[in-house]
Design a protein around this ligand. Structure first.
Ligand code: BGC
Length: 888
């Protein structure tokens, strides 16, 4: 047996956070180690700054490996720390020290900031240079990117240099000609009127002795660019022009710290980025490049002084980045397809992504290369862009005519699988290489799953890609059309799935701040967060519909179950209470008829529509039940009974209003039964009857689903819970309309927004709303990981310290192989059917138990190679590898 090994060290949910928002960070680790029934009996954690020990926990007798709170010397700002941990196992054998991880404290207090917001003086229109020419004019009044720079001198090389940077808008930072960091779309989207995140970069290697130059490029992004769909208020949601905030700390060998900050000493100029807007695209004129602009010795005499300004309506709070940065992650070669009717050339990247295309080309000076982006081709093989609505999604590159040239846009992104490239006269596709670059928040991928069905494998891939494409600073509905908001119901139905595919803990920490800031004074959570751009007819945010406004409660509960992180609940608990009060105050009769706002119901269902008051009231039962549980978690026992009683009162009203004696629910839709069953609304006799109605509804639909966004998540889990897993498999494996398989049969590489996004009979759905990249229907993923593979959380032991393992075997699927890197360590599950026997191999990580639930008693169980005595269908096992065989 090997020693235990602490792995996957995390501080505040990051491998190495570069900035903290709390004085005492929390530490987590997972464990690795072979053998069986391995446990942590104690740990010791040491935090250092250089050689100084800031905290030595000493040996603590505890199995806890999550949320260990720092309890050492108070942490100063601008500190780089390392930490490592060792553990003792069940026999008190010590592990080695883990590899050291680091974290930086950042600028923790407002008074640490000496930098000022700087921007280009306001000039109209489109930020035009005086004297006016039309280089930067465009019909959207999208602004050119601003270059900002400052020279500075050092007497010697600093031993440590750290840059703290943010923008109202987007930025790229440069030091002595080198790009700093690899984040794109930084600092990300927040409500810039309230809070903006800053990033910290270790730039020690980029600062030298003597002359140095710091430079930044700033663009519009979510701040002043176009966001959303309403042309009455298309852009400028937070302000009119981007601004930069930057503070460079230079620490010398003798301990002296010098700071270079953004202030009136910087100068600014426009350059080759003529405009760059999320929805419109980017125009880049390489003839306007300014070689060496961020290096010493550059002649900046023509540059203008910047304006130091105080942002309206007040300077935002500065906080360290909570989520992992958006980065370029995967590249796809463009495959030439054909010449389009327009004369352009169509390329296929093979995958629907969010990102942009990098061009490598040769051209003459002034040659224009234009890229239009689309998710699909129409029946004639032409680029289909009608579903992008007002998003023009077009990039232009104007060549400088100097050998091989390279371009990729900076402050825009598109949702696309195909592009149409229009070439200048005389150029040929052979002169150009296209590479599609996917961007998204770079969260650790934590699961994989393969099965015996190519279609299901493609579905798993489509789920993962819709998640990648829609995790861009906030979880968005879609990345292509003029929308791209953080729609809350889309996220809540998908969140359990998302948490398998990637570690979403840090990402949610960030988005929960956006949700909290968007909450209205009357307690209403909003439809989208950040909330500003959504509804141009309101000054205040759009309050959340049932299922939408309820999302924060659901997300908080899931975050607790998956990560065992109480801090997020404690931080936001009062906000959840305010939301429940908002609902309850408006609905004294316990039917949710008031304060339902846009009441979208079971959005985009096909077949008969579900009664919206019924859906809303069912959701009230769910969130009241969850609040009772959450109240217990945060120690508000006074509220446990309050919410349990509220949930029961709403149940009673639900039954009295919507359910007849035969268990038939008003509207008689699949979603009606799914919600009532999964939210445990009905007493057991009605529950049984409702289950039979659900099966009848499926039969009436000839074995097809009919649910929309809210119902979809419950389909396969509920069918499995009511003893009909084969019906869940029928839906999974279906390839006729409407089904997941139908979209895949049409070549989908992401999850469609609508079941009927395209059908043979009707062609494309309405141009007014038809995305091919919305993750909501990907919510079936949770069933694949939790039930098909059997790797589920255990409500009694949050944070995966216990794993509920109840796989669902199916002859048609044949086999699966899956793993999930749980917070406690790697869980594996693989099963295979041969003849009449299924063999199931699992791995449970150390410090963890598996609650095994099988459809029938196994024929054999082996711990490694050692046979175990046979028990009934339910067993608790400690860590290690096991093999089961069962007759099927
Ligand atoms: C979005 C959604 C969202 C919905 C609200 C749509 O425009 O794309 O996914 O949840 O509006 O009904």
């Amino acid at each position: 047996m090997t020693k235990l090994r602490p792995i996957a060290l995390r501080c505040e949910h990051h491998a190495a956070p570069m900035g903290l928002n709390r004085p005492a960070p929390r530490f987590d680790w997972a464990l690795d180690g072979d053998g069986h029934n391995r446990c942590q009996s104690a740990y010791r954690l040491v935090v250092r700054a250089g050689e100084n020990v800031l905290w030595d926990s000493g040996k603590v007798q505890s199995a806890q490996a999550r949320q260990i709170e720092y309890a050492g010397t108070a942490l100063a700002s601008d500190l780089r720390c390392t930490w490592s941990v060792m553990v003792w196992d069940e026999e008190n054998v010590a592990s080695d020290w883990s590899d050291a991880q680091h974290f930086c404290t950042g600028l923790m207090h407002p008074e640490d900031w000496r930098a000022q917001w700087i921007a280009r003086y306001f000039v109209l229109p489109a930020g035009r240079e005086a004297p006016a020419d039309n280089t930067y004019d465009n019909r959207w009044q999208a602004r050119p990117a601003d270059h900002l720079r400052r020279d500075f001198a050092t007497v010697e090389r600093p031993v440590r240099a750290t840059a703290y940077v943010s923008a109202l808008g987007l930025y790229e930072l440069y030091l002595n000609g080198a790009r700093v960091g690899d984040a794109v779309m930084a600092p990300g989207w927040t409500d810039y009127h309230q809070r903006v995140e800053y990033q910290s970069y270790d730039v020690t290697d980029l600062v030298g002795a003597g002359a140095n130059t710091i430079g930044a490029l700033i663009g519009e992004g979510w701040y002043s660019g176009r966001v959303g769909h309403n042309q009455r208020r298309a852009g400028n949601h937070y302000g009119g022009r981007p601004a930069l905030l930057c503070q460079l700390h230079l620490e010398y060998a003798d301990g002296r710290v010098e700071t270079i900050v953004s202030d009136g000493q910087w100068t600014t100029s426009q350059g080759p980025v003529c405009y760059s807007d999320f929805l419109m695209g980017e125009q880049y004129d390489a003839r306007l490049e300014m070689p060496g602009w961020s290096e010493p010795g550059f002649d900046a005499s023509g540059w203008q002084p910047v304006e130091v300004f105080v942002p309206d309506p007040r300077p935002p709070r500065l906080e360290a980045s909570r989520g992992p940065q958006v980065r370029e992650t995967v590249r796809f070669a463009g495959r030439y397809l054909r010449q389009a009717k327009t004369g352009g050339h169509i390329y296929d990247f093979g995958q629907n992504i969010a990102g942009y295309v990098a061009l490598e080309l040769s051209g003459k000076v002034g040659d224009r290369f234009t890229l239009r982006h689309g998710e699909v081709l129409d029946g004639e093989g032409e680029l289909y862009v009608a579903n992008l609505r007002h998003a023009v999604a077009t990039d232009h590159y104007i060549a400088k005519g100097e050998g091989r040239e390279r371009f990729k846009p900076r402050f825009t992104f598109h949702g696309f699988r195909y592009v149409e490239l229009t070439l200048p006269d005389g150029a040929s596709p052979d002169d150009v290489t296209l590479t599609g670059i996917a961007i998204h928040n770079d969260l650790p991928v934590t699961a994989s799953m393969r099965t015996g069905s190519d279609m299901v494998n493609q579905l798993l891939s489509n789920i993962e890609w819709s998640q990648r494409d829609n995790f861009i600073s906030v979880p968005t509905d879609c990345p292509q059309r003029d929308e791209r908001y953080g729609w809350s119901a889309d996220a809540q139905v998908f969140w359990k799935t998302a948490g398998y595919v990637m570690d979403v803990s840090a990402f949610l920490q960030k988005w929960f701040e956006d949700i909290a800031e968007a909450q209205l004074p009357d307690g209403a959570f909003t439809d989208v967060a950040p909330s500003k751009p959504l509804n141009p007819y309101r000054i205040t945010a759009q309050p959340g519909a049932p299922g939408w406004g309820d999302a924060p409660v659901i997300l908080a509960w899931q975050h607790w179950l998956r990560y065992g992180d109480r801090a997020l609940l404690e931080r936001h608990f009062d906000r959840l209470v305010a939301w429940l009060k908002h609902i309850a105050d408006a609905n004294p009769d316990h039917l949710r008829v008031n304060a339902v706002y846009n009441n979208y119901g079971d959005w985009l269902s096909v077949g008969p529509a579900s009664d919206r008051t019924m859906v809303a009231t069912a959701y009230w039962v769910l969130v009241a039940d969850l609040m009772a549980k959450l109240s217990g978690v945060v120690g508000r026992t006074d509220l446990v009974t309050h919410y349990a009683a509220q949930a029961n009162a709403v149940r009673t009203a639900f039954i009295a209003t919507f359910v007849d004696g035969d268990g038939r629910i008003a509207g008689d839709t699949q979603t009606a039964y799914l919600l009532a069953l999964d939210f445990a609304i009905l007493p057991s006799d009605l529950h049984q009857r409702a289950a039979a109605h659900l099966l009848r509804k499926l039969d009436e639909a000839e074995g097809h689903l009919q649910t929309g966004f809210l119902g979809v998540k419950h389909l396969c889990p509920v069918l499995s819970d009511i003893g009909s897993p084969q019906r869940a498999y029928d839906l999974l494996l279906n390839e006729t309309y409407p089904s997941w398989g139908f979209s895949i049969a049409q070549g989908a590489t992401t999850i469609w927004e609508r079941w009927d996004g395209w059908t043979r009979e009707n062609g494309f759905q309405s141009v007014s709303m038809n995305s091919f990249n919305h993750y909501a229907y990907g919510a079936v993923g949770e069933w694949l990981y939790a039930r098909v593979a059997g790797i589920d959380w255990d409500e009694d032991a949050p944070g995966f310290s216990s794993i509920r393992m109840r796989p669902l075997f199916d002859r048609r699927l044949g086999w699966i192989e899956a793993h999930y890197d749980a917070p406690t360590g790697r869980v594996e599950s693989a099963w295979r059917l041969a003849d009449e026997i299924v063999t199931w191999d699992i791995r449970i990580p150390p410090n963890c138990t598996g609650q095994i639930e099988l459809p029938r008693a196994p024929l054999s169980i082996c711990a490694g190679d050692t046979p175990l005595p046979l028990t009934g269908p339910i067993t608790t096992l400690g860590s290690g590898r096991y093999t089961f065989t069962l007759a099927i």
